[in-house]
Design a protein around this ligand. Structure first.
Ligand code: ZN
Ligand code: ZN
Ligand code: ZN
Length: 276
């Protein structure tokens, strides 16, 4: 499987939409890997994770090859926060904006995501082209030859936030954003089914600061990796990637890479691909 990181920032982006802190100022000067758009990832060009406001920019930046947005049929939403589910652009699936032939976009998510879809302006013109499916924690979903399992995240308590495991042809990856340290039910499930991951992408929003209750920083990621290895969910061959960064984590890309490598992690950047 090939995981393409289309965007790697938290909600505000780097540089932040309205921010002039030193991290954002440096990003504006250096550009390149210091520029981070809101988080979104794609597995093998088919399974899309999240729909941030930068989805259209990702589509343009991809050169229309790696990310063929009109052809995407499966969209898995982690939760309804604006940086993961930017509803307004789904409105553009209505016929005046999108000429046929257009196929159904299957959207998987929690009940808050469904509610937002049902509240969409002119929804009767959009709904025929989007089919919602409730993603229930620990109930695997088969789509396009992939098995996707939703896990409950430790994030906004106002909704059932999710993160996802993907299995395909004997390989497996875990895409864990946004979440704090995994709830006990997740650890129990991974241990019970003997799941081992080839690739683990961990939330690292707070980078230098410990969190664990809503997001994670590098020290939380070290703890999660240790626990995952201890229950057989990962081993020496597993690739661990850090992703979903905030300027409040206080590191630009080069400094982040230096610390990440020292701790045995890969720091994601916009456009990075990892293959397992
Ligand atoms: Zn987020
Ligand atoms: Zn900033
Ligand atoms: Zn969030």
């Amino acid at each position: 499987m090939k995981l393409l990181y289309l965007g790697t920032a938290a909600a505000e982006g780097i540089p932040g939409v309205f921010c002039s802190c030193s991290i954002c100022r440096t990003a504006r000067e250096k550009k390149g890997k210091d520029i981070r758009t809101r988080s979104q990832a794609l597995v093998d060009g088919k399974i899309l994770f999240d729909f941030p406001p930068d989805t259209y920019a990702h589509y343009i930046a991809s050169g229309f090859t790696d990310f063929d947005l009109p052809a995407i049929r499966r969209l898995f939403i982690t939760h309804s926060h604006q940086d993961h589910f930017y509803l307004q652009d789904l409105h553009l699936r209505k016929p005046i904006f999108t000429h046929p032939p257009i196929e159904i976009l299957h959207i998987y998510g929690n009940q808050r995501v469904e509610q937002k879809l049902l509240n969409l302006q002119e929804k009767e013109q959009v709904i025929p082209y989007c089919e919602f499916h409730y993603a229930k924690p620990f109930e695997p979903i088969d789509a396009e030859g992939y098995r996707i399992t939703p896990f409950p995240a430790l994030h906004d308590q106002q909704e059932e936030c999710l993160f996802y495991a993907v299995e395909h042809e004997g390989k497996s990856l875990l895409y864990a954003h946004d979440t704090g340290v995994f709830p006990d039910s997740v650890w129990d499930y991974i241990a019970k089914i003997n799941q081992r991951f080839d690739l683990v992408s961990l939330d690292c929003t707070t980078i230098m600061d410990k969190d664990g209750g809503n997001h994670m920083g590098i020290s939380d990621d070290i703890d999660v990796r240790e626990r995952l290895v201890s229950i057989g969910g990962a081993d020496k061959k597993t690739i661990f990637v850090l992703n979903h960064f905030s300027h409040n984590g206080r590191l630009n890309h080069d400094e982040l890479c230096r610390i990440a490598v020292k701790e045995g992690f890969t720091a994601a950047y916009d456009g990075m691909t990892i293959e397992v």
